[in-house]
Design a protein around this ligand. Structure first.
Ligand SMILES: Cc1cc2nc3c(=O)[nH]c(=O)nc-3n(C[C@H](O)[C@H](O)[C@H](O)COP(=O)(O)O)c2cc1C
Length: 361
């Protein structure tokens, strides 16, 4: 029996196996951020496909943090009924789902947010737009928005939340010395730049209470010159347990989908698990369970990651767009690796409606 297919618990949440669907923006919401029927069908297929935990696509906690068109929202109580239906769909099938909560900051599209905010107003060639510096009261408002969003996730029946602190979105922007040039209590050294994350964790915890799983997806380094370094990212890792978190998923890269987080062309085992050495480093600094994402494709590599102790759970995004039933196919022996070739054509472009696998296989 593979270790991958045995039960595991994170933050008291019991999962049937060690396979996680990493957060994947589905582009299946209406203009107010209400989930469409097709999102229920997608989650239902994922549960039928055997994944142990679904982390939803990132949901925006505040109207000023909507990253792109058709993103699911969790910024108002009016959205709870639609979210409840989504959670119910997963639970009726016997699955588990955690909501990823996010604010895009300066990485929001100009179509969704006219007046974008950031820790500091900076210029960079990879930035698609300008953003203005947040005031202290706006920072407090966003911290509160994260907490209220987490409460809504709980009221709607989801099994936990994951704070998005990677891929160049607002929490990552605060951690990054490239974007956070503040000289007040929200900036400075890594301790100061982590204040925003610390405050969010504390506000979320007070809102949802102890015992409700609170996860984080952490960009361990920005992977651009002058950005958050791995050493600083690891310092943040050391503090996650005291921030009240229950598990950490390791990722990296500032600058959206073109970043280091979503490497293309994973074709052979040697290309897989591209954050594995960082997970190993993170493991030395925290007792929290570590979810490894990024290029996991074959059963042998997944199993080796777990049995070596480099990470505790295996998380995948593109393979489950390509084959939502991949976990079942791996369990049954029908397949030994994902058919995903990581061509990165699954992110919708232009007039396209929603995620779908478009790479030739
Ligand atoms: C279409 C698409 C949507 C994504 N949406 C999110 C998201 O909402 N939140 C997030 O943290 N990461 C998101 N990611 C990144 C993935 O979760 C994951 O970190 C990355 O794709 C590497 O894992 P993989 O090799 O298994 O695809 C997205 C990636 C893709 C391709």
């Amino acid at each position: 029996m593979y270790h991958l297919f045995t039960p595991v618990a994170i933050g008291g949440l019991e999962l049937p196996n060690h396979l996680v669907r990493s957060a994947t923006a589905e582009f299946l919401a209406d203009s107010e951020g209400r989930p469409e029927e097709a999102l229920k069908t997608l989650y239902s297929d994922l549960v039928d496909g055997g994944v142990g935990l679904i982390i939803t696509g990132h949901m925006y906690v505040h109207p000023g943090g909507q990253c792109h068109d058709r993103m699911v929202g969790i910024y108002a109580d009016e959205l709870i009924p639609g979210l409840r239906e989504l959670a119910k769909t997963v639970h009726t099938k016997g699955g588990r789902a955690v909501v990823q909560i996010n604010h895009g900051g300066m990485q929001c599209s100009t179509e969704t947010v006219a007046d974008a905010v950031a820790p500091s107003a900076i210029q960079a060639d990879w930035l698609k737009r300008s953003a203005r510096t947040m005031s202290n009261s706006e920072i407090e408002e966003v911290i509160r928005a994260f907490a209220l969003a987490a409460r809504r996730a709980k009221v709607a029946g989801f099994d936990g939340v994951q704070i998005h602190a990677a891929h160049g979105y607002l929490v990552n922007q605060f951690l990054s010395p490239l974007v956070n040039r503040r000289e007040d209590e929200w900036g400075g050294d890594i301790h100061g730049r982590a204040s925003f994350l610390r405050s969010i964790c504390s506000a979320v915890r007070s809102e949802v209470g102890s015992g409700y799983p609170m996860l984080i997806k952490l960009g361990l380094a920005d992977s651009v010159d002058g950005g958050l370094s791995l050493a600083e990212g690891l310092e943040v890792v050391s503090e996650l347990e005291s921030m009240g978190l229950d598990a950490v998923e390791i990722s990296a890269g500032i600058g959206g989908r073109r970043s280091a987080a979503i490497l293309p062309g994973i074709r052979k085992e040697g290309d897989e698990a591209y954050f594995r050495s960082w997970a190993r480093e993170a493991k030395r600094r925290t007792r929290l369970p570590i979810l490894l994402v990024g290029g996991l494709r074959s059963l042998s590599v997944m199993e080796d990651v777990l049995t070596s102790g480099d990470a505790d759970l295996i998380s995948m995004c593109r393979p489950l767009i390509c084959e939502p039933d991949l976990p079942r196919r791996l369990v049954s022996g029908a397949q030994e690796r994902s058919s995903c070739i990581s061509g990165n054509r699954c992110w919708p472009e232009g007039e396209e409606a929603a995620i779908s696998c478009k790479c030739p296989r």
